[in-house]
Ligand binder design. Structure first.
Ligand code: ATP
Length: 604
C-alpha cells in the first residue's frame, strides 16, 4: 500500500489530517443556497422506498392470490398497479436526480468561488513558495471530490436510513423473528467498513497528493517549455512526471483492490444472512406459519434491506476518500494573507505621491539573511528615485514593500505621510502603476491588455495611450489591429512590443505613483532606446521608483540610491555618485565614467 504522505523530497507535501466532524463543520456553510431543497430531497427520499416496498408487496399478492390459486381475475389490476408504480418510481427518480444535482452543483459553485477569492487574496509570499500546479489541482479535482461529502454523503445517508426503516417495518410485519435473524449480521457490516475505511483514507490521500504533483510538474514543464527543450531536459522531466504518474497509478490500484475485496467480503456477509433466513423461513413455511409468497417477498425485501445496510457502512469509505480532498482544500482555506488589512482601512483617494521609507528592515519568511536593513529615503511628488546596485542587493524588495506585497519587519513605509499598514490595499494599489521586470502580457486582445490598467476606459483614451507609448504603429500593423489576440504571455509579440504595450497599460491607469522594475531588461540596445521616450512620457508628473541597471534611464532620475547587501551605501545624482562612491563608479566604470547616451549598463 502506498505511503500516506510525501517525504521531504516529495513534489507536493500531504495536507495535515482533519477529523471528519471538522470537515463537515467547515463545508456546511457552502450548502447555504441549497438547504431549502434538502426538504424536497428528503420527501423524495421517503417516497422512493415506499414505492419500492409497494412493488415487492404486489409480488406477494401475485404469488399468493393469483399464481398459487390459479385465479386470473386479479391479474389486470395487478398489472395496472405495476405500471402505475413504475411510472411513479420514474418520476421520483427524475425529480431526485435533478434536485440532487442542483443542490450538489450549487455547493460546488459556492465553494469554488470562495476558494478562488480566498487564494486570489493571499499574499505574494504564498505564491512564491507554492507550486502553482498543485494549487490548480486543489481548485479543480479536489473541489469536485469534496462534493461527495455533502450530497452523496448527507443525502445518501438519509436515503439509506429511510430505506432501512421502511424495509425493516415491512419485514417485521411479515415475520419479526426472521427479521431479527436477518439483522444480527449488521454489526459485521460495520466492523468490515471501519477496517476498510481506514485503509481507503490512506490511499485516497496518496492519490490526491500525486494528482497535485502531476499538475505541478505539468505546469512547470509546459510553462517553461522553451527552457526544457533548449537544455534537452525532456527525458529528465518525463522521468519526474512518470514517477508521480506511477505513484498515482499504484494508489488507484490499491484503492481498486480495497474496493474489490470489500465488495466480496460484504457479499459473503449478505449470503450468510440470507442463508440463515432461508433456513428458518423454510422451516416456518413447512409449519404453515408463512406463505410461499411471504417467504419469497421476505427474501426479496431482504436483498433490498442489505443494500442500504451496505450503503450506510460503505459511506465511511466514501467519506474517507473524499476527506483526503477536503483536507487539501481546508489547508488552502486556512492560509492567511501575510499582509493583513487594517480593521478600519483608510481610503484617501488619489494621493500626491510622496513616498517615505523610515529605517525599514525586512527578511523574507524562511530566509537566513535580511533582504533590507535600515533603509531610509524620501521621494517628493513628481520626483524620480533610481535604485541601483548589484544583483540581489534588495532593489526589487523595496518595490515589493511599496506595493505592500510584504510588510517590513521594522520601520515604516509611508505614502503621503500615511503608514501603508493603515491604508486599504485597494486604495494603495489604485494609486500605483507597475512595469515589472518580466513584462506581463495576458492572453487576450491588444485592447484587453491595455484596458486591464483601468477597466471601462474609452476607445479614444486607449488609442491615445498607445500613441504615447509608441505602440500605435505596430498595433495598426497587426492583422486585426487592437483586436489581435496576442497569445499567452504575449508570445506573439517581440520583447520591445510587449514592453510598449505594458507602458500603454500603465498610461491608461494614470496613477500618481509609478514603479518601474528593470523596464529595459531583456531588450537589446536599440529596443531599449526605443522605449525611453515613451517611458519618459509615462514618468512625466508622476512619482517614480525606477529600478534599473541601465545608465540611460538612471541618469534621468532626480536622485539615485545605491544599495549593497540590503543597505543604502550612497545617494545623490549620477555625477555626485560617480565622484563620491567607489562602488557606484565600479558599477558603471566598464562603460566609462561619462557614459554617453548610447550606453547600456551591466546586466544582472
Ligand atoms: N521570495 C523570496 N524569498 C526569499 N528570499 C528572497 C525572495 N525574493 C528575494 N529574495 C532574496 O532577497 C535578496 C534581495 O532580492 P531582490 O530581488 O530585492 O534583489 P534585486 O536587487 O532586485 O536583484 P536583481 O537586480 O537581480 O533583480 C536576495 O538575496 C534574494 O535572494
Amino acid at each position: 500500500m502506498p505511503r500516506a504522505s510525501g517525504g521531504a523530497d516529495a513534489v507536493v507535501e500531504a495536507a495535515p489530517p482533519v477529523a471528519l466532524r471538522e470537515v463537515f463543520r467547515r463545508f456546511w456553510p457552502y450548502t447555504r443556497g441549497g438547504r431549502p431543497w434538502f426538504v424536497v430531497i428528503l420527501g423524495l427520499v421517503v417516497l422512493g422506498p415506499v414505492v419500492d416496498a409497494a412493488e415487492v408487496w404486489l409480488f406477494k399478492i401475485l404469488i399468493d392470490d393469483v399464481l398459487i390459486p390459479r385465479d386470473l381475475h386479479l391479474l389486470l389490476p395487478i398489472a395496472l398497479a405495476y405500471l402505475g408504480l413504475t411510472l411513479a418510481a420514474g418520476v421520483l427518480d427524475f425529480a431526485d436526480d435533478v434536485t440532487s444535482t442542483w443542490v450538489g452543483e450549487r455547493f460546488l459553485l459556492a465553494l469554488r468561488s470562495a476558494l478562488f477569492r480566498h487564494v486570489e487574496g493571499l499574499s505574494l509570499g504564498f505564491f512564491e513558495r507554492r507550486r502553482l500546479g498543485d494549487v490548480l489541482a486543489r481548485m479543480t479535482g479536489d473541489v469536485d471530490a469534496v462534493e461527495t461529502f455533502l450530497l452523496s454523503g448527507i443525502v445518501n445517508a438519509l436515503a439509506q436510513v429511510v430505506r432501512l426503516g421502511v424495509f425493516l417495518g415491512v419485514l417485521c410485519y411479515l415475520s419479526w423473528h426472521l427479521t431479527l435473524l436477518a439483522v444480527v449480521i449488521a454489526p459485521m457490516f460495520w466492523c468490515t467498513a471501519r477496517w476498510f475505511s481506514r485503509r481507503v483514507k490512506v490511499v485516497a490521500r496518496e492519490r490526491r497528493r500525486r494528482s497535485g504533483a502531476i499538475s505541478a510538474i505539468t505546469e512547470e514543464t509546459l510553462g517553461n517549455i522553451a527552457l526544457v527543450q533548449a537544455y534537452n531536459r525532456q527525458r529528465w522531466e518525463h522521468g519526474r512526471f512518470e514517477r508521480e504518474n506511477l505513484g498515482r497509478f499504484r494508489a488507484v490500484m490499491a484503492s481498486a483492490r480495497l474496493g474489490a475485496v470489500y465488495a466480496t467480503v460484504v457479499e459473503l456477509i449478505e449470503l450468510l444472512g440470507a442463508l440463515l433466513v432461508l433456513g428458518l423461513g423454510t422451516w416456518e413455511l413447512i409449519r404453515g406459519q408463512l406463505t410461499l409468497g411471504g417467504l419469497l417477498v421476505f427474501l426479496t425485501l431482504l436483498s433490498r434491506l442489505y443494500g442500504p445496510l451496505r450503503g450506510l457502512s460503505g459511506l465511511s469509505n466514501t467519506f474517507s476518500s473524499a476527506s483526503a480532498s477536503a483536507e487539501r482544500i481546508i489547508e488552502l482555506l486556512d492560509q492567511r494573507p501575510q499582509v493583513r488589512q487594517s480593521a478600519t482601512p483608510r481610503a484617501p483617494g488619489r494621493c500626491r505621491g510622496e513616498i517615505a521609507f523610515d529605517d525599514v528592515s525586512f527578511r523574507y519568511p524562511g530566509a537566513t539573511a535580511p533582504a533590507l536593513t535600515g533603509v531610509s529615503f524620501r521621494v517628493a511628488p513628481g520626483e524620480t528615485l533610481a535604485l541601483v546596485g548589484a544583483s540581489g542587493a534588495g532593489k526589487t524588495t523595496v518595490a515589493k514593500l511599496l506595493l505592500r506585497f510584504y510588510d517590513p519587519d521594522d520601520g515604516t513605509v509611508r505614502l503621503d505621510g500615511h503608514d501603508l499598514r493603515d491604508l486599504g490595499l485597494d486604495a494603495l494599489r489604485d494609486n500605483v502603476a507597475v512595469l515589472l521586470q518580466e513584462t506581463v502580457v495576458l492572453h487576450g486582445t491588444v485592447r484587453d491588455n491595455i484596458v486591464y490598467g483601468r477597466p471601462g476606459v474609452g476607445e479614444a483614451e486607449i488609442v491615445a495611450a498607445a500613441r504615447r507609448a509608441d505602440a500605435d504603429g505596430f498595433i495598426s500593423r497587426l492583422p486585426d489591429g487592437y483586436d489581435t489576440v496576442v497569445g499567452q504571455r504575449g508570445r506573439l509579440l517581440s520583447g520591445g512590443q510587449q514592453q510598449r504595450l505594458a507602458i500603454a497599460r500603465a498610461m491608461v491607469r494614470d496613477a500618481p505613483l509609478l514603479v518601474l522594475d528593470e523596464p529595459t531588461t531583456g531588450l537589446d540596445a536599440q529596443s531599449g532606446r526605443r522605449i525611453l521616450q515613451p517611458l519618459r512620457r509615462l514618468m512625466d508628473g508622476r512619482t517614480t521608483i525606477l529600478i534599473s541597471h541601465d545608465l540611460l534611464t538612471v541618469r534621468d532620475a532626480t536622485r539615485i540610491l545605491l544599495l549593497e547587501h540590503g543597505r543604502v551605501t550612497a545617494r545623490g545624482t549620477h555625477r555626485q555618485l560617480l565622484a563620491r562612491s567607489a562602488a557606484y563608479a565600479r558599477l558603471y566604470r566598464p562603460y566609462g565614467a561619462a557614459a554617453g547616451p548610447q550606453v547600456g549598463g551591466p546586466s544582472s
